[in-house]
Design a protein around this ligand. Structure first.
Ligand code: ISL
Length: 595
């Protein structure tokens, strides 16, 4: 039975982007059409029918703009030009048209916390203290040793890569997300500029109204071209506090984060951006937030943002010392309570994004599942979670075939600036001592785990390229690849397709409220999704051992088993359920409690 049209969900709650599933494409690693070893836009165009058949609705394209590629495109040199590595503007237009022809949409990456140091604005800004572009970026004088209370003997100029003869400290103690100070001294004008990421990614100064106008104009330009929205890179870092005070919190993700995360004018800028540009379009926006609480997320939705990415659940495996470059263990309890807090917190207002993978994170099946014996089952269980929680799901390329982390055996296989910089700083400071320690962390945490080429079939280089791939291909490609998955009825890929079609058919997947059951269960996560006329019951055995689970009395009874990662056919929810390792089931109740 299809429920379409029968739901009583109020009209004002409906949005196309709530009903959509997003598929993220990291163009460098998706499909190479010209044999240069780097994925490109014509390569994506070749795969549009593949995406259509999979059943996704929106593509989020990582940056394809003109860029020197220090951070694979997150260092933009020209916001209105396509990087010729990836193709031409005509190729990009073909991509957009090809998506729209298939009733899919396109959202682009908006990277406006910083640019590349090769952007014309920065070139002009750095040329003189009097340049009219000077205040497009954040320039300050350094602190003298005396001011900072540092003795000559203590001072280590090499830490700041200072030219000979310059003996001063950066303007404050903020650290870059990629390790080391967030400031670089520039010889040309004798001042320092701020960069929260690599030194080749200078931060823009959002206090400048002229800069803000330039950004809004550029956003309008892309929207006029017909795009359907933006994913906004580290958008809650754009407002820096007056006076740029030192960090106050030694537990912050990086030193200074307590000052520049959700800075004083952040909501003013986001609502201004909305009024000036976004409100003129039916666009979807998702703000990537380095740190964000449920309450803050609600404020961003009042500012007009569709949803935010929060990373609370992707921090659960950080070590007790904190920080991304330490290793700890996640627990089901932590995962369930964190995601439940967000489900409940945005129930009445706001809207969740759902994501376990992206181009910055290790692969979800290696992280939250079992990438050995139960790779297939656990990948399907995680797919079930992603596609049955309330919110807009974001899949990442390769997730649909259960791609897993890369078995790094040496740092020479690593390309990522974040990994390489952080490893260097950790080595220099003595926090990481041996090569083994480094390698273990890299295997566990490196962003490059997500960036190995997409595995299309079992020919050389997994069909990603005819040339030499820019990143090594995961050696498991002979088994884990799209061609094999499409042939195999029990594949992860088939399961995704099935769940995606269920989401189209039953509105309760989109609009149903989330209710958690048995919150203390050691290995089972169970919940319902409920609208006024339908109820789903989802049960997930998050463990490699079998178990027996007693569902709450009010869901026991006749039901249709809509999805099962073990291929079970029978319906009905008994008083006890025998669950196999990593088993996932989705039931549609015949007699919903709320009906
Ligand atoms: O990689 C991280 C988490 O795994 C973060 O430190 C990450 O840099 C942060 O989440 C911001 O990411 C975004 O902005 C960066 C870019 O390198 C990332 O690829 C992008 O997703 C700077 O533009």
């Amino acid at each position: 039975m299809s429920e379409s049209g029968t739901s009583t969900t109020p009209e004002y709650d409906r949005e196309w982007w709530k009903e959509a599933v997003v598929y993220q494409i990291y163009p460098r690693s998706f499909n190479d059409s010209n044999g240069d070893g780097v994925g490109d836009i014509p390569g994506i165009v070749e795969k549009l029918d593949y995406l259509d058949e999979l059943g996704v609705d929106v593509v989020w394209l990582n940056p394809v703009y003109e860029s020197p590629g220090v951070d694979n495109g997150y260092d933009i040199a020209d916001y209105r030009a396509i990087n010729d590595r990836y193709g031409t503007m005509a190729d990009w237009e073909e991509l957009l048209a090809g998506l729209h022809d298939r009733d899919m949409r396109l959202i682009m990456d908006l990277v406006v916390n910083h640019t590349s140091d090769e952007h014309a604005w920065f070139q002009r800004s750095r040329s003189s203290r009097d340049s009219e572009y000077r205040d497009y970026y954040i320039w300050r004088e350094g602190r003298s040793l005396r001011e900072a209370g540092v003795s000559e003997a203590e001072f280590d100029a090499s830490e700041y890569h200072l030219p000979r003869g310059v003996r001063e400290l950066p303007p404050n103690d903020w650290e870059s997300f990629f390790g080391g100070s967030a400031w670089t001294y520039d010889e040309e004008t004798g001042e320092w500029y701020l960069h929260l990421f690599d030194e080749r990614q200078p931060d823009l100064n959002w206090q400048s109204e002229t800069l803000r106008e330039e950004i809004y104009e550029m956003m309008g330009w892309w929207l006029q071209k017909g795009i359907d929205g933006f994913r906004m890179d580290v958008i809650n870092l754009i407002s820096k506090p007056e006076g740029l005070p030192d960090g106050d919190d030694s537990d912050a993700i990086v030193r200074g984060a307590d000052q520049f995360v959700n800075g004083p004018n952040i909501h003013e800028y986001i609502s201004e951006m909305h009024d000036r540009v976004l409100s003129n379009y039916d666009a979807m926006t998702v703000g990537e937030m380095a740190e964000v609480t449920v309450d803050e997320a609600l404020r961003f939705s009042e500012d007009g943002m569709s949803m935010v990415f929060n990373f609370d659940h992707l921090r659960l495996d950080f070590g007790p010392e904190g920080g991304r470059w330490t290793k700890g263990e996640w627990t089901l309890d932590g995962l369930r309570s964190t995601l439940t807090e967000w489900q409940e917190g945005l129930e009445a207002e706001g809207w969740n994004s759902l994501h376990f993978n992206n181009h910055d994170e290790p692969r979800m099946v290696s992280r939250f599942g079992d990438d050995g014996e139960y790779r297939r089952e656990s990948a399907k269980l995680l797919a079930t979670l992603l596609l049955t929680l309330k919110g807009t799901p974001f899949m990442y390329q390769g997730e649909e075939i259960g791609m897993q982390n890369y078995p790094f055996s040496s740092l020479t296989e690593v390309r990522d600036v974040d990994t390489l910089n952080n490893v260097r700083f950790a080595r220099e400071s003595g926090r990481l001592e041996t090569d083994e320690e480094v390698l273990e962390l890299v295997q566990h945490r490196s962003r490059d785990n997500a960036r190995t080429p997409m595995q299309w079939h079992d020919d050389e280089h997994a069909g990603f390229t005819n040339g030499t791939p820019w990143m090594p291909v995961n050696p498991n490609y002979t088994e884990v690849n799209v061609a094999a998955a499409r042939r195999d009825e029990r594949s992860v890929h088939r399961y995704y397709r099935h769940l995606l079609s269920l989401r189209d058919e039953y509105e309760v997947f989109v609009y149903g409220d989330y209710t958690l059951h048995t919150p203390d269960h050691e290995q089972v996560w169970a919940y319902s999704r409920v609208t006024t006329d339908a109820e789903l019951f989802v049960v997930l055995n998050f463990d490699g051992t079998a178990t027996t689970y007693a569902p709450p009395a009010d869901v026991v009874g006749e039901a249709e088993l809509l999805a099962s990662n073990y291929g079970l056919a029978t319906g009905g929810i008994g008083e006890t359920l025998d669950l196999s390792p990593w088993e996932a089931r989705v039931y549609l109740l015949d007699d919903p409690v709320t009906a």
